[in-house]
Design a protein around this ligand. Structure first.
Ligand SMILES: Nc1ncnc2c1ncn2[C@@H]1O[C@H](COP(=O)(O)OP(=O)(O)OP(=O)(O)O)[C@@H](O)[C@H]1O
Ligand SMILES: [Mg+2]
Length: 363
């Protein structure tokens, strides 16, 4: 089903970007003829010619033919809800890889001490296996993370890992627990991430994604203060209702108290066409929550497989129903945010402050 990730076939790459049943083949050939996209590499296999691109070249195609277009002002998204296992990290992984495939510059910040998004993105510290064990352990303890930056023992650029030209990561380290603890003692403790990490890095990226744990902790409240949009998966299961009500009231109070204006998106997840109750719950969310997306992500093993391979659904199984759902989710969220960006730019222009446009946060 999935090609080796290093050199997917041209056919598969076009399927990754096809959206709403369009056929990109003709547009692709025209773009190559106009030299907007480098031509594919090819390899003869008997009577057939296999056309492909190396993985690191795909962003050229995404930039020209993908369904997402670059936006003028950087955006930051937090993936958070207080329920565990509802696909926060899966959504972060899929958003990150799909945005990067579209030629957008993405930074993922891991804020969960479990380190799930760091693992999901396939980041592993390179252990030099020729070293004795005690030196390997020592080397692994030295890898700096956000805590070392907070404590003044590392510079911000030293905690950023380049996974590819368009996808960077601030990986989770075990010391995030200490950061969470010590943030309690700083002034404006909810603003540390915004002031010290997001603001200095913002102009380097089109999108910053923060993957939170399901705990209402200091790292999560920092992510809420730092985000333009909160993305919260909503599990389509009956036991989620109570949790959701509490989460909604926490968020509402926090937002009001802190004067935050982030956009909010609820994404129904883990529903199944075979289970009537889960479909009823999905409909209830749609009918009752203004911020609920039209689209959601079903329960499916193909999505688990993709995550296990450190791939987005569109790379692993581009024609699957789940990949289409993921494309629709991404398009719906990004389009809503771009509309909001455009309207805040309009307001600034009306007020005669065009010089502020590039630095405007969504509000
Ligand atoms: N569509 C899917 N259907 C079923 N399981 C899935 C699907 N997509 C991903 N999974 C698997 O579900 C598990 C939980 O997903 P994920 O880690 O994204 O949840 P989470 O909300 O981030 O969890 P936590 O609260 O622990 O951080 C993972 O093992 C993941 O691979
Ligand atoms: Mg997670």
């Amino acid at each position: 089903m999935s090609q080796p990730a290093e050199r997917p076939s041209l056919k598969k790459i076009l399927q990754m970007f096809e959206f709403k049943s369009e056929d990109l083949n003709k547009t692709f050939r025209e773009a190559v003829a106009q030299k907007l996209i480098p031509p594919p590499l090819s390899q003869r296999k008997g009577p057939f010619v296999h056309e492909y691109y190396p993985m690191e070249e795909i962003h050229h195609i995404g930039r020209h033919l993908g369904f997402l277009k670059k936006w003028p002002t950087p955006m930051s998204l937090a993936f958070f809800t207080t329920k565990g296992g509802v696909l926060k990290t899966t959504l972060t992984l899929n958003f990150a890889r799909m945005l990067a495939l579209h030629g957008l510059k993405v930074l993922v910040i891991g804020l969960d001490m479990q380190g799930d998004v760091t693992r999901a993105l396939g980041y592993q510290e390179e252990a030099d296996e020729n070293l004795p064990l005690d030196q390997m352990i020592e080397a692994s303890l030295k890898t700096p993370g956000l805590y070392e930056y907070f404590a003044g023992r590392a510079k911000l650029e030293e905690v950023i890992v380049e996974l590819s030209s368009h996808l960077h990561l601030i990986p989770e380290t075990a010391e995030l627990a200490a950061l969470n603890d010590q943030l309690f003692n700083v002034n404006r403790r909810e603003y540390w991430l915004l002031e010290k990490v997001i603001k200095p890095l913002r102009q380097n990226y089109d999108c910053i994604l923060m993957d939170c744990s399901p705990n209402w902790n200091r790292l999560a409240t920092n992510a809420l203060v730092a985000c333009d949009a909160l993305v919260s998966p909503l599990e389509c299961k009956i036991n989620n209702f109570r949790n959701f009500k509490i989460f909604e009231s926490f968020i509402g109070e926090f937002r009001k108290e802190m004067g935050l204006k982030f956009s909010q998106f609820f994404i129904p997840t883990l529903f199944s066409g075979q289970k009537k109750l889960s479909m009823d719950i999905r409909h209830w969310y749609h009918a009752n929550l203004g911020e609920c997306l039209k689209n959601g992500l079903r329960e499916t093993t193909i999505s688990e497989e993709a995550s296990a391979l450190n791939l987005s659904l569109v790379e692993h199984a581009p024609t699957s129903a789940a990949a289409l759902e993921m494309k629709e989710i991404l398009a719906e969220v990004m389009e809503a945010l771009q509309e909001k960006q455009a309207s805040s730019v309009d307001i600034l222009l009306q007020k005669g402050q065009p010089q502020n446009i590039r630095h405007t946060r969504l509000s």
